[in-house]
Design a protein around this ligand. Structure first.
Ligand SMILES: O=C(CO)[C@@H](O)[C@H](O)COP(=O)(O)O
Length: 211
């Protein structure tokens, strides 16, 4: 979080470097030890190389940060720092990382279809993240009305990694897993638990039993 794309700030690459020094790299894609860095930032391209050096395995940027809504009306207003989603994905792949693309709650899921249907695999994301809260703060309430987006993606892309983030817990996991989510982000439910391992196990089993 950069305090600009979202109204809050979190840590950057130095903290990722430090944690990486304690966690082995995953043996395979999405394996144990995967560092999935969700970049809630306005200039996602700027930090790709730095996060790659820090030990990030999957760099997930926001669709909304990679398109410039002012460009259609006024091409000269387009910021030089904007890079299209397809270019972003290729750039992330070129740095040896997997790529994820995230959408905020107000963004229609159909914006992802063109990106996912691309025949050039270098430009296709390895994961789509459907935000189930407005990004910016942990501890918010899960938005079940985001589930049609997950269902639509799962129906159209049976093999796609579909992540959900925001308000996931033992109470909401079945709704998300039923819709087709298979990558689960949980903050409060895990870090606030007396037995975090147990919560992780519940979340993991909910996804695995639907495979
Ligand atoms: O980062 C955000 C939103 O920006 C959060 O969604 C956390 O990543 C997950 O936190 P909980 O909702 O699980 O507390």
């Amino acid at each position: 979080m950069d305090g600009h794309f979202v109204p809050n700030m979190t840590f950057g690459a130095p903290v990722v470097t430090k944690i990486r020094s304690h966690v082995d790299r995953p043996a395979q894609a999405f394996g144990k030890g995967t560092f999935d860095c969700h970049m809630m930032i306005s200039e996602p391209k700027k930090w790709v190389k730095e996060f790659q050096k820090a030990g990030c395995d999957l760099y997930c940027f926001h669709y909304e940060a990679a398109v410039d809504s002012t460009a259609a009306e006024s091409p000269e207003a387009q910021s030089e720092t904007k890079t299209s989603p397809k270019e972003m994905i290729k750039y992330i792949h070129d740095q040896g990382m997997r790529a994820g693309i995230a959408i905020k709650p107000k963004t229609d899921v159909s914006v992802l279809y063109d990106i996912l249907d691309n025949s050039n695999k270098e430009e296709v994301p390895d994961m789509a993240l459907v935000m189930t809260v407005e990004p910016g703060f942990g501890g918010q309430k899960f938005m079940p009305d985001m589930m049609p987006k997950v269902e639509a993606l799962r129906k159209r892309y049976p093999e796609l990694n579909i992540e959900v983030d925001g308000g996931l817990s033992e109470k909401t996991i079945d709704t998300a897993a039923d819709a087709g989510a298979n990558v689960i982000v949980a903050g409060s439910a895990v870090f606030g638990a007396q037995d975090p391992r147990h919560v992780i196990q519940i979340l993991r089993e909910a996804v695995e039993k639907r495979r």
